[in-house]
Design a protein around this ligand. Sequence first.
Ligand code: 7TS
Length: 414
Amino acid sequence: MMRNDIKKDFPIFAKWESMGKPLIYLDSAATTQKPQHVISTLDEYYSKFNANVHRGNYELSQLATDMYEEARTKVAHFINAPKPESIIFTRNATESLNLIAYAWGLNNLHKGDEIILSEMEHHSNLVPWHIISRHTGIVLKFIKLNSDFQLDLESLKQNLSPRTKAVSVVHVSNVLGTINPVKEIVRIAHEAGAIAIIDGAQSAPHMPVDVQDIGCDFYAFSGHKMCGPTGIGGLYGRYELLEEMEPFLGGGEMINEVFPTTSNYAKPPYKFEAGTPDIAGAIGLKAAIEYLEKIGMQNVEDYEIELGNHAAKRLGSIEGIHIFRPRTTGTGVVSFTIDNVHPHDISTILDSAGVAIRAGHHCAQPLMRKLQVQSTARASFYIYNDESDVEVLAGALEKAAAIFKPRKKADVVK
Ligand code: 7TS
């Protein structure tokens, strides 16, 4: 039942198949494969429309500028931002989160102010705050993880204080697949007078996202995790907040007037897009969104949850496996360890069976410590995966578990 022919839209699968090495790609939380529509769009842009944007008065530059701005409008519609100008193009979710930390954090936070994060954050929503904390003396607090790998909202409430200035949490965990109740978290943050920041790196690719419904002040995401090219990402920011903020990077394209010793800035989003942007990337991201919208984001979410739950159940039958995923539901991310097998050995064995998964700390070292593991193996599924991929994965894992199973005394004597 859970089979699909979406793989045919992604040329990389046919290429590997033709080399006699079918690719079972289960690392889409790291980056997704790219559909032909995106690849062709990039080719067409560079073949027919390449020019710098917002500078030339000639037709080609105007065409490139229009295409770049149409991409911004597309992104705004995709996450239901109130207007295109509230979307800033960045390199990725990491840069978007750094932009918030530097451009908002450095100018609005003072010694003793508090930011609340969670115990399941990716390093990109931790390290920027560590840096800001060293500059300003702010205090970082953490929403606790409960035994079902979900955030304990009571601990969010307990962490609130008159000094709370921001609550910044991941929408969907890249390790656990947990979908956090971000609307509720944003409501609690706002009631306490704090702004709310959402790391949407693992939600924008996998479910319908409506930033107005969520109510957040900022929402960060990466294009390459949602069928788009690498090097392009975005940040939604509440426009009034963007207007008040200082720039993150200075240089060309972001200014109004420049004098030898001072300058003033353009309006958002341009204030935050210094230098030549990733024009082709933005246009490629638009193509990725067109592709995903054709499938329908609700269909993407339903399919992935079903496949993720099926995979968790199937893998759960393997002896010695431990799965780190909420009991009720998660996205297409399944992290696990197997007794007596190092996660890196698991990924190496799987690689020899043509299965690409990730093993490591997944840029979430504090979460690994909380889970009391050094690392996990992680299979992450996307729209082009189906039940047959789960079967290949499970079969290879069963073999690995059998190879590494400690022998009983009697076996050793024989
Ligand atoms: N936030 C989350 C929740 C992520 O999963 C990632 C990347 C990022 C932020 C950063 O995204 P980037 O595009 O700026 O790198 N996560 C992963 C992963 O799970 N495996 O490789 C990258």
